[in-house]
Design a protein around this ligand. Sequence first.
Ligand SMILES: Cc1cc2nc3c(=O)[nH]c(=O)nc-3n(C[C@H](O)[C@H](O)[C@H](O)COP(=O)(O)OP(=O)(O)OC[C@H]3O[C@@H](n4cnc5c(N)ncnc54)[C@H](O)[C@@H]3O)c2cc1C
Length: 389
Amino acid sequence: MGVSTALFLARGGARVTLVDAAPAICAGASRWNEGKIHLGHLYAADPSLRTAQRLLPGGLAFRPLVESLIGHSLAPAISTSSDLYLVHRRSVVDADTTGRYYDAVTALAASHPAAARYLQPIGAARAERLDDRTLDALTNRTEIVAGFRVPERSVSTRWVADRLAAAVAAEPRIDVRLSTRVTGLTTGPAGFDGPLTIVTAHGSEGPFDAVVNALWEGRVALDTAAGLAPPAAWSSRYRVAVFLETAAPVTTPNAVIATGPFGDVKNYDGRSLYLSWYDTGLLADGSGPAPPAVPHLDDLAASRLADAVIAQLGGLLPEVADLPSRTASRQVAGGWVVAAGHGALDDPASTLHRRDRIGLTRHGRYLSVDTGKYSVAPWLARAVADALL
Ligand SMILES: Cc1cc2nc3c(=O)[nH]c(=O)nc-3n(C[C@H](O)[C@H](O)[C@H](O)COP(=O)(O)OP(=O)(O)OC[C@H]3O[C@@H](n4cnc5c(N)ncnc54)[C@H](O)[C@@H]3O)c2cc1C
């Protein structure tokens, strides 16, 4: 979010200082996630369609915006098959209701004026329900009760992160401050109308004409330090997944186990895979404005976690159970998922099943942006840059 905003601002003629607590840019959640470019199918527990409607324009704009930022086609990063959504017997939404929701979301996406910009043609305006023979071949039918093919795809987020970092390095109007944690904001004589100074662990920096808070896990704490009221309910979860490379191409399907605290498999190019199982990969979970501490995973703990994720997914998808014998390397990594809302994902009433309350809040020249999802970040960044330019 911060990197895309900085690039749009710099290319619009602004001088930008990009500040990151980490020793490298593009090293947080945006490097280590599944890269699903949402059309809205994941949010079947929000039947109002508000989440799908909120996420859709950003998902459709992702490809052209990222291609303009990195100066390269996104094609090599896009997963090579459409996602299968497999409904678990403990899903918080039953299979028929899920099917109707997927049809509604697919129709919404297919009829959107920007539909042609998506990662792939959206095609038919309905989700395809898988027949029993296909499901029997793909899944463990005692756990999976239905399956749907939807037109969603994902991107390899490491591929994108490397190219965004290169674009920043090549941009003379961006000054980068690494290993610099922002802890506060000092407003000017005109309050948030500036000029504004940021307080960092190394002292203060500025004054700036405007400050954009795109700190994701650090955003609410900075808003609070700046005197803004924190949201009523806020959740910060640190999630890790397995990033695995195979020795030879595999046909493991792109699949989401829906809807609840289950898992996902992404096969980006036949050899580079993402595997997650929700409970196993959840390392920290907090509800305050600042994120909780994350326990350190040593190599042995990381390896055990990867084994457990593969075993859990492998119990549902036989092709995943075959991966250990085909693995060349694997890494456990992740980042923060922060969201307005609370509750457990196995509770249909949890407010974490909706993700429509995201985006930009503006106080004078201080802009705070809740990214919400990776898939909408470039689109929100464009809006933030436009608001400032
Ligand atoms: C396992 C996992 C899977 C996910 N899957 C998907 C998916 O499939 N599709 C999707 O759309 N989204 C997904 N997400 C969510 C997605 O990753 C995030 O919404 C998105 O990456 C957030 O982007 P960001 O730029 O706001 O945060 P980040 O990329 O994390 O960047 C935030 C930056 O702020 C810096 N920072 C934080 N606090 C401070 C501070 N106080 N001072 C200075 N710097 C600070 C951090 O170092 C970091 O570099 C997933 C997340 C996880 C963890």
